[in-house]
Design a binder for this molecule. Structure first.
Ligand code: NAD
Length: 373
C-alpha cells in the first residue's frame, strides 16, 4: 500500500473512531437499538416529557451506550404512551410525587431533567438524594446560589452532575476548538455570538419569570455565553450589557426580550454578543484570530452546523447532537472519560455567574467584574 493511501485510510479510521456515523434523525422508532454488547449501558430516566425530551428520546434510539429505561411525568397518558413507544415498563414510570422511589430501581442509573428552568434545582436535589446521576438541561438553574447547591448536593451524594450542553460534542465545534488549541488561528482577538428566535406563543413558560427565571438570555443567549468561553478559550473577567424591550406586554418585568452584552478576557480578547426572543434566523458565531477567522452559521441549532475559515469550509460530518451527547455522557459517567470541553455542574455555575452579571450590568448600566473561580 502506498504511503498516501495508508495515511488516507489511517485518517478515515481515526475519524470513524472519534466520530461514529449515526443514522440521521428522524428514523424509525421501531428499529432495534444497536447497543454496545461489550460495554456497560447508561440507563436513563427522562423527566419532563415535553418538546425537547421527545427529541432526546428519539435520538437516544440510536445510542450505543445509553438507553431510555425510565420516565417521569405529571401526565399519566404521556407515561402510558411513551412507555409503550420506548419499551419502558410500568414499574419504571413515575410522577413528580413519587419519583424519589427511583432509588430502589436498578434499571435507572441517571435522570435527565428536561423540565422548565426553575424546576431544575429542586428536582436535581431529589434525584441526587435518590443516589442517581443527574443530567440537567440548560440553564442548570435560575441563580448562582441554586446552581452551587446542585453541585454540592451531587458531590455529597457521590453522583455526577452534567449539563445538557450538546454543542460541546458537535464535530465542527470541536474542530474549531482544536484549530484554536493548535495555534492555527493565531492569538484570539474577537468573538461574536448572535443567538435568538421569535418566541411565538406569549403564554408559554419561557416568558413566565417564575418558571423561566428570566427571558431570552437564560434560554438562547446562554449559547452565546457558552460559545464565547469555548471559542475564545478563556474565562471572561468583565461584562457590560444593554437591554432593549419593544413588547413589554409579552416580556414582563424580569423577562428579557433582547440583550446585547460584551465580555472582556484576560488576554485582551473581547466578545460582542446578542441574545433575543424577537428575531428569527439569528444563529451565528464569528471567531477572529491573528492568523485566521472562523464563521459558523448555523452555529448552535440542531444542524448540520456549518462553518468556514479563510481557507474553506470546516466540513466535519453531521451527527445527531443528542445521540452523540448521550453516548459521550455515558462514557463520562460510566468510564470516567474527560470530555474535550467540560460539561460538569461547575461549568454550569460559572455560566450562571455570567448570566447574573449581565442582568446586573443591564440594571445598573455599569461594567461588572467577573471572578468565575
Ligand atoms: P416544553 O414546554 O416542551 O416541555 C416541558 C415539560 O415539562 C412538559 O412536558 C411539561 O409538562 C413539563 N412540566 C413539568 N412541570 C411543569 C410545570 N410546573 N410547568 C410547566 N411544565 C412542566 O419545554 P422544552 O422545550 O422541552 O424545555 C425543557 C427544558 O429543556 C428547558 O430547560 C429548556 O431550556 C431545555 N431545552 C434545551 C434544548 C437544547 O438544545 N439543549 C432545547 C430545548 C429545550
Amino acid at each position: 500500500m502506498n504511503s498516501s493511501r495508508r495515511k488516507f485510510l489511517q485518517k478515515l479510521t481515526l475519524s470513524a473512531i472519534a466520530l461514529p456515523t449515526i443514522s440521521a434523525y428522524p428514523f424509525s422508532i421501531y428499529a432495534k437499538q444497536n447497543l454496545d454488547p461489550d460495554r456497560p449501558i447508561l440507563k436513563v430516566a427522562l423527566m419532563g416529557l415535553g418538546g425537547y425530551a421527545e427529541r432526546v428520546a428519539e435520538a437516544m434510539q440510536s445510542c450505543q451506550r445509553a438507553k431510555v429505561t425510565g420516565l417521569i411525568s405529571g401526565t399519566p397518558e404521556k407515561l402510558e404512551k411513551w412507555g409503550k413507544k420506548y419499551g419502558v415498563p410500568k414499574e419504571s414510570r413515575y410522577n413528580y410525587e413519587n419519583f424519589d422511589q427511583i432509588k430502589d430501581n436498578p434499571e435507572i442509573d441517571a435522570v435527565y431533567i428536561i423540565t422548565p428552568n426553575a424546576l431544575h434545582h429542586g428536582q436535581t436535589l431529589r434525584v441526587a438524594k435518590a443516589g442517581k446521576h443527574v443530567i440537567c438541561e440548560k440553564p442548570m438553574a435560575v441563580s448562582v446560589r441554586e446552581g452551587q447547591e446542585m453541585v454540592d448536593a451531587c458531590e455529597a451524594a457521590g453522583v455526577k452532575l452534567l449539563i445538557g450542553y450538546r454543542m460541546r460534542f458537535e464535530p465542527n465545534t470541536l474542530k474549531v476548538h482544536a484549530m484554536r488549541e493548535s495555534g492555527e488561528l493565531g492569538k484570539i482577538k474577537f468573538f461574536q455570538g448572535q443567538t435568538g428566535f421569535k418566541i411565538g406563543d406569549p403564554n408559554q413558560w419561557r416568558v413566565d419569570k417564575t418558571l423561566a427565571g428570566g427571558g431570552s438570555l437564560m434560554d438562547i443567549g446562554i449559547y452565546a455565553i457558552n460559545g464565547a468561553r469555548y471559542m475564545v478559550g478563556e474565562d471572561p473577567i468583565w461584562v457590560t450589557a444593554q437591554e432593549t424591550k419593544t413588547n413589554p406586554e409579552i416580556f414582563k418585568e424580569g423577562v428579557d426580550e433582547t440583550i446585547q452584552f460584551q465580555l472582556g478576557f484576560p488576554s485582551g480578547a473581547v466578545a460582542s454578543c446578542l441574545s433575543t426572543y424577537a428575531m428569527d434566523h439569528l444563529d451565528r458565531f464569528y471567531l477572529l484570530g491573528e492568523k485566521n477567522f472562523v464563521e459558523m452559521q448555523p452555529s448552535t441549532n440542531y444542524g448540520p452546523i456549518k462553518g468556514r475559515t479563510k481557507d474553506g469550509s470546516l466540513n466535519q460530518p453531521h451527527t445527531v447532537h443528542q445521540t452523540t451527547q448521550m453516548d459521550e455522557m455515558a462514557q463520562i459517567i460510566l468510564d470516567g472519560k474527560s470530555p474535550i470541553i467540560p460539561v460538569d455542574g461547575n461549568v454550569g455555575v460559572q455560566d450562571m455567574k455570567i448570566i447574573e452579571a449581565i442582568y446586573r450590568a443591564c440594571e445598573t448600566g455599569q461594567r461588572q467584574e467577573l471572578d468565575l473561580g
